[in-house]
Design a protein around this ligand. Structure first.
Ligand SMILES: Nc1nc2c(c(=O)[nH]1)N[C@H]1C(S)=C(S)[C@@H](COP(=O)(O)OP(=O)(O)OC[C@H]3O[C@@H](n4cnc5c(=O)[nH]c(N)nc54)[C@H](O)[C@@H]3O)O[C@H]1N2
Ligand SMILES: Nc1nc2c(c(=O)[nH]1)N[C@H]1C(S)=C(S)[C@@H](COP(=O)(O)OP(=O)(O)OC[C@H]3O[C@@H](n4cnc5c(=O)[nH]c(N)nc54)[C@H](O)[C@@H]3O)O[C@H]1N2
Ligand SMILES: [Mo]
Length: 807
């Protein structure tokens, strides 16, 4: 999928789920964690849609399923690989779609290979891949060479076939514990229903192979022609309120707002940045610099490029790694806003010891959460801790105006319902106040490193800052007139340096009034597009890649679910949805009009994530500067095709390649690792309806505590019998990193299963407790492992090894 539009969002939307004929819900318990998804899924089910749920536990979502498969945590790529193999062998793919809208025909370098679990380019010392061999064969115009047919052994399609031929139903059963016949049934049912939607959340992402699991979804959906269609897509059900907005706004280590690549320490100039990232980013980065530095960003000073801090790409500064660095004394201050790290981070003793090494910890939260009280956790002596702790009381969601973005990419505006209570303040007020104070302290400085603070444009109002002004900055201005740019089209047409946007994908959200505040909820097409309810990025397109819902001539393939079409009389892409095309006036017979995945440099969906920068002139230009390409393709750091690896701690070796059992590039931070001889069972962790994440809010609500008073360990009846534990008994659950005592829940929701012939048990535990609040309880993250996906940095919360005994 596209790197820029795909970083976790729905390709479709919540309300579009009603258009699906079949659902694969694997790695999400949406009935409990995303009830709005379930509302629309139920509407589809009422019309006869089939629901497939794959989960280690029988959940409330599973209770709605036509097919439920219990899986060993962390093994999805094995059964998904078997489904891909089945689609290819049985020719169940949508041939026209595969030929026209995917990179199936493009030829891959002869240097590419996968050998015993290791892709070409592996460096054993650095445990990283050089990705040069994962490239296309290129023609003299720098375009990938295209094979004559899918039979060509060099083409992506052939590579896919060879790769997944090893993934038989029997092998997938031995790895995942799902019976082969059931995997086949899932494959058949999912391939028969069109359109089909895939829904996922943490069950897929919280693994050392999380990114590759989602790549497997992309392959299946591209083969079946399910992307770009109403009722299709890959739908990431995102978690925290406004987590979509915060990642759009660069709450990610490697991005600036709008998913622009972050500058690195070797980028001395804007030119250096563009050589690495492609000229596509010039307009958007300059517009961002104009938003941040206004008149201080000029052509002469590279638009203030060097005001931006640069990252060191050899340092991984994702969440868990930050705490590792804190333990090494590399941080003086932590500003902890809206997160209860001491409860939510895996192998959490790393957090406790890290916080104690700070000079100052600032916590902004609604409640005095565990993180703010780390110095008085039982077992810790406050006298030994030098960290100064400051608490800012934050205003809650209904006490402040602003926009929130949901998983459908809808930017939704809301007003404050009441004034902030007591001394609490909205986060925006706090930041505005801090910034102004800090700037005062720097006043008059001529030190270049202070310039970013002194030169910044900061004009959200005197007194209380206006959230609307912030959204307007994101939407964008014509800097020559100071007027808001009406639409994303106007922004794209504006010459470089004349427009600003604080987040280019939000362009136009307030261009014609505050469109995020729109609340028209009629649905004239019946397709659940609701195009006059708020504003969806980009450009109010509700279903991404919707060019792929039409055939080569620009006619909708699905007569019942027409999204867009080429209006040959008016010579424009028209329709019920906004057209996700390069240029609305370029017809289906033009090169631009053929592109169904405009954010990819090849213009097609990526079955194989190839190393590729479009537009590079082959001969270096004569002026001595390195050539600038247009746009790179999205790369995975751990391989161009999803391969099955065992979780970091696993009850089994990898039967596909025993010598390379776990991902050779996984980032293992925990130093204490367990073996299955000592810790024979698989632990998986999950959320409960009654509490929210680390429980900072919900454990302070008495009636929620009453219905969900304490954490527990969910075990099968077999395991209960084996260890002599009955429902309600206390058990000690131990991993190599810690142990906690909780109540046992002996249940049918978990069953014993076979992994490569061996009886295996999963233990399930919620994780929302800590030592503070009205209802304290042990933290499950004492047990979990800090092992990260090498690309995303997401921890493997969903699998580690434990033992259990009667307490
Ligand atoms: N009530 C409530 N709602 C919430 C939250 C909450 O805490 N409480 N949290 C919010 C947040 S921040 C998020 S991110 C979302 C999370 O939403 P979900 O991802 O739905 O949350 P989880 O319960 O962690 O995990 C989902 C399911 O994945 C299963 N699972 C575990 N391992 C695997 C695996 O290897 N493969 C497969 N196929 N499934 C697996 C688990 O058993 C679980 O049923 O929910 C949001 N909504
Ligand atoms: N074992 C295990 N661990 C997990 C997970 C798992 O599945 N298993 N899931 C992971 C996931 S997906 C997530 S998202 C993280 C969540 O981890 P955290 O982000 O640490 O958890 P939350 O409890 O959501 O913390 C949010 C805090 O923000 C405060 N808050 C709410 N609104 C505001 C506001 O407007 N302003 C400010 N300043 N504060 C506010 C709340 O009171 C709360 O304390 O946990 C992760 N940890
Ligand atoms: Mo989350």
């Amino acid at each position: 999928m596209s790197p820029s539009f795909g970083r976790g969002a729905m390709t479709n939307s919540w309300s579009d789920l009603k258009n699906s004929e079949v659902f694969l819900i694997a790695g999400s318990n949406c009935a409990e964690n995303h009830p709005i998804a379930m509302k629309w899924i139920n509407r589809a089910k009422e019309k006869g849609a089939k629901i497939i749920v794959v989960d280690p536990r029988f959940t409330r979502t599973a209770a709605k399923a036509d097919i439920f498969a219990q899986i060993r945590p962390g093994t999805d790529i094995a059964y998904l690989g078997a489904i891909i193999n089945y689609i290819l062998n049985q020719k169940l793919y949508d041939e026209k779609y595969v030929l026209n809208y995917t990179n199936a025909l493009l030829k891959i370098s002869k240097d590419y290979k996968l050998d015993d679990g290791i892709f070409s380019g592996y460096n054993e010392k650095t445990r990283k891949y050089a990705t040069t061999s994962w490239a296309y064969q290129l023609g003299p115009d720098n375009k990938p060479l295209k094979a004559e047919s899918l039979e060509d052994p060099d083409c992506v399609f052939a590579k896919l076939k060879v790769h997944y031929s090893r993934y038989t139903f029997a092998t997938a059963e031995n790895i995942s514990g799902i019976p082969a016949a059931k995997i086949k049934e899932i494959a058949e049912v999912f391939c028969q229903g069109k359109p089909g939607s895939i829904l996922y959340a943490l069950g897929m992402t919280q693994h050392t192979t999380g990114v590759q699991g989602i790549r497997a979804y992309a392959i299946i959906q591209l083969l079946l022609g399910n992307i770009g269609k109403a009722g299709g897509g890959i739908n990431a059900l995102r978690g925290e309120p406004n987590v979509q907005g915060s990642t759009d706004m660069a709450n990610l280590v490697s991005n600036l707002p709008g998913y622009l690549p972050y500058p690195i320490n070797t980028d001395k100039t804007l030119q250096d940045y563009l050589v690495r990232n492609g000229s596509f980013y010039e307009k958007h980065l300059v517009a961002l610099l104009k938003a941040w530095y206004g008149a201080n960003a000029t052509k002469e000073n590279d638009y203030g490029f060097n005001y931006l801090p640069k990252t060191n790409p050899s340092v991984n500064a994702t969440m868990v790694k930050i705490f590792e660095m804190m333990n090494k004394g590399q941080f003086k201050l932590l500003f902890n806003v809206g997160s209860n790290s001491l409860v939510s981070i895996p192998d959490r003793k790393l957090v406790r010891s890290g916080l104690a090494k700070l000079d100052m910890l600032v916590v902004s939260d609604l409640f005095e959460i565990e993180t703010a009280q780390f110095w008085r956790e039982p077992g810790v002596n406050p006298a030994d801790i030098k960290t100064e702790v400051i608490m800012f009381p934050a205003a809650f969601v209904y006490e402040k105006a602003g926009s929130m973005s949901n998983s459908s990419r809808w930017i939704q505006w809301k007003e404050a319902a009441i004034k902030p209570l007591g001394e609490s303040k909205p986060d925006l007020d706090l930041l505005d106040h801090l910034f102004k104070k800090i700037r005062k302290l720097y006043e008059g400085s001529t030190d270049v490193k202070d310039a970013p603070i002194l030169k910044a444009r900061w004009d959200y109002g005197e007194g209380e800052p206006s959230a609307l002004k912030v959204l307007q900055e994101l939407s964008g201005y014509d800097e020559t007139t100071g007027k808001l740019l009406p639409t994303i089209g106007d922004y794209l047409k504006a010459p470089i340096g004349t427009a600003s946007t604080g987040c280019w994908i939000y362009a136009g959200v307030t261009g014609n009034g505050n469109l995020a505040a729109r609340r028209k909820n009629d649905d004239p097409t019946g397709l659940g597009l609701f195009r006059e309810w708020s504003f969806a990025w980009p450009g109010n397109v509700r279903i991404l890649y919707n060019r792929a819902s039409c055939d080569e001539a620009g006619r909708p393939v699905d007569a019942k679910r027409q999204l867009i079409w080429w209006d040959s009389a008016a010579k424009v892409w028209a329709g019920n949805d906004g057209a996700d095309v390069v240029d609305k006036t370029k017809g289906p017979d033009t090169p631009e009009g053929k592109q169904s995945f405009r954010m990819n440099p090849e213009g097609v969906g990526r079955l194989f994530a190839a190393t590729y920068m479009s537009g590079l002139p082959v001969a270096p230009p004569t002026d001595g500067l390195p050539p600038i390409g247009i746009r790179p393709g999205g790369l995975c750091v751990d391989g161009p095709l999803p391969e099955y690896y065992e979780p970091t701690e696993s009850p089994s070796t990898n039967i596909l390649h025993p010598k390379v059992s776990i991902s050779p590039v996984a980032l293992v931070v925990s130093t204490q690792l367990g073996k299955s001889e000592e810790y024979p069972h698989v632990l998986t962790t999950y959320g409960v309806v009654e509490h929210f994440c680390a429980g900072g809010i919900t454990r302070n609500i008495p009636w929620l505590n009453e219905i969900m008073p304490e954490p527990f360990a969910e075990i099968s009846k077999n395991l209960g019998e084996k260890i002599g534990v009955k429902e309600g008994d206390m058990v000690e659950v131990a991993s190599a990193r810690g142990k906690i005592t909780v109540r046992a829940l002996v249940t049918d929701r978990l069953q014993t299963y076979k992994v490569n012939g061996k009886d295996t048990e999963t233990i399930g535990m919620p994780w929302s407790w800590g030592f503070a609040s009205l209802s304290p309880g042990p933290s499950t993250n004492d047990l979990t492992i800090a092992a990260l996906d090498p690309g995303a940095g997401t921890p493997e919360y969903k699998v580690c090894l434990v033992n259990i005994r009667r307490a």
